[in-house]
Design a protein around this ligand. Structure first.
Ligand SMILES: Nc1nc2c(ncn2[C@@H]2O[C@H](COP(=O)(O)OP(=O)(O)OP(=O)(O)O)[C@@H](O)[C@H]2O)c(=O)[nH]1
Ligand SMILES: [Mg+2]
Length: 408
């Protein structure tokens, strides 16, 4: 599981690697689905709202690592509001994800959150059961934890979708062996993560979210507060890994996005980040540019909820939703978020958290050099996507893009 199966020496690496990654991911998904069936229950959902965290603004810091390391935030629930900003971890999960979530949360607490106690918000389209809640509270005993039930209209077919056509498309994708191509819940998950998670009432009081998934790893110390970094540096979206999407899952996403852009030029700032996702069409060099498939991997995101809740992004999501590609194709929330970010943000507002060690099967972001030592990393820096799987990564391209001023 921890071995990235990509082969950098393969000149036809993309196709081959997609298959290897796909196989690996499919096996993992199958196992999760089996676990899910075993773990379903009908226990009534309880939403526990223990307290609200006020937003606190403090003086700017130029870089997180320049913070005084002696100034640790308080560690008890009673006085934690002095140091936190208004953020929360957001975790979409099934009851059956408990065993893969616990090690992730233990590590996140040990590497970062034992100093801050940022709250957790768990979301599920089915009620979380008592075993899940107990199991989570054991590994994050000092953090506030809330459990939310997803409204049915955020996890079901909208009326304009032809469900028979959607079923047929899943069959076609299954034959083509597209990763998760035949999965109906995966599509609801991608649509929910694209356009609904930030509308959940439990997130209404927060300004920042940090998305976490089961089984991910945080192999290094996180020695500053990334939420605060976002706020104080006027960032809106942060990522650790950026890669190219499986083209079979998004055949019409780019053209649909182009149509949206043509109708809504007024929504986009002049210095947007579209140059991160566009490339010349080698088959038609004089023609329109095409999607280079680069996207921020959304299994890790630290982002502004105000941006996600804002008019621009939601007009874009609604346009995509009406086009039907969440069901007729298999549009993922990662390219959807990324295209939204590219259209509506400047580069200054997007941050690569290169110094946050991270693993989601099969890719690593492992800090290099002095950072690796200082942050007591347990990952192998040579396995980092930008070293081992350069041909897949878009992060270095992101780094080299020109900066542009923040929209006034
Ligand atoms: N409640 C709920 N959560 C789900 C469901 N399917 C996926 N998730 C969650 O949605 C997120 C993304 O799902 P993943 O299965 O991790 O999708 P992925 O990252 O593309 O693929 P792998 O991690 O490689 O399996 C994770 O937090 C899952 O726990 C579902 O049917 N119900
Ligand atoms: Mg995942």
């Amino acid at each position: 599981m921890n071995q990235a199966p990509l082969n950098e020496n393969d000149t036809h690496a993309n196709n081959k690697n997609e298959a290897a990654v796909g196989h690996n991911l499919q096996a993992q998904k199958d196992q999760q689905q089996q676990q899910q069936h075993a773990g379903r229950t009908t226990v009534t959902e309880i939403i526990t709202i223990k307290e609200q965290v006020p937003q606190i603004r403090e003086p700017d810091v130029p870089h997180p690592n320049n913070q005084d390391p002696r100034k640790d935030p308080p560690t008890s629930k009673s006085n934690h509001t002095v140091e936190r900003v208004n953020g929360a971890f957001v975790i979409l999960a099934r009851n059956s994800d408990l065993d893969s979530l616990r090690p992730t949360i233990l590590e996140l607490e040990a590497r970062f959150n034992h100093r801050y106690h940022y709250p957790y918000v768990f979301l599920n389209e089915k009620p979380f059961d008592t075993a899940f809640k107990r199991g989570i509270e054991e590994v994050a005993p000092d953090s506030e934890i809330e459990y939310g039930l997803i409204p049915n209209e955020h996890w079901s077919y909208p009326p304009w979708i032809d469900q028979e056509k959607a079923r047929q498309q899943r069959q076609i994708m299954k034959q083509k062996k597209v990763i998760y191509g035949d999965s109906e819940p995966y599509r609801h998950m991608c649509r929910f993560n694209s356009g609904f998670f930030y509308r959940h009432p439990l997130l209404a009081k927060y300004k920042w979210y940090w998305r976490v998934e089961p089984s991910v790893k945080f192999p290094c110390e996180i020695d500053y507060d990334p939420f605060r970094f976002m706020q104080e540096n006027r960032k809106l979206y942060g990522f650790t890994v950026s890669i190219k999407e499986f083209v079979e899952t998004i055949p019409t996403l780019w053209n649909t996005t182009v149509k949206f852009m043509e109708q809504h030029k007024d929504l986009m700032p002049k210095n947007n980040l579209l140059h991160f996702v566009e490339e010349k069409d080698s088959k038609n060099p004089g023609g329109k540019s095409i999607y280079n498939r680069c996207h921020f991997w959304s299994n890790f995101e630290i982002g502004s909820l105000d941006f996600m809740r804002g008019r621009e992004y939601n007009m874009y999501f609604d346009y995509l939703d009406k086009a039907g590609g969440f069901f007729y194709e298999r549009w993922g929330d990662a390219p959807v978020h990324s295209l939204g970010v590219a259209m509506f943000m400047n580069k200054d507002q997007v941050h690569w958290f290169k110094d946050i060690g991270y693993f989601h099967n099969p890719l690593w972001n492992c800090p290099q050099g002095d950072d690796h030592k200082r942050l007591k990393c347990t990952c192998d820096p040579k396995l980092s996507i930008d070293i081992k799987n350069k041909q897949w990564s878009c992060s270095l391209e992101f780094k080299d893009l020109p900066f542009s001023p923040i929209k006034s």
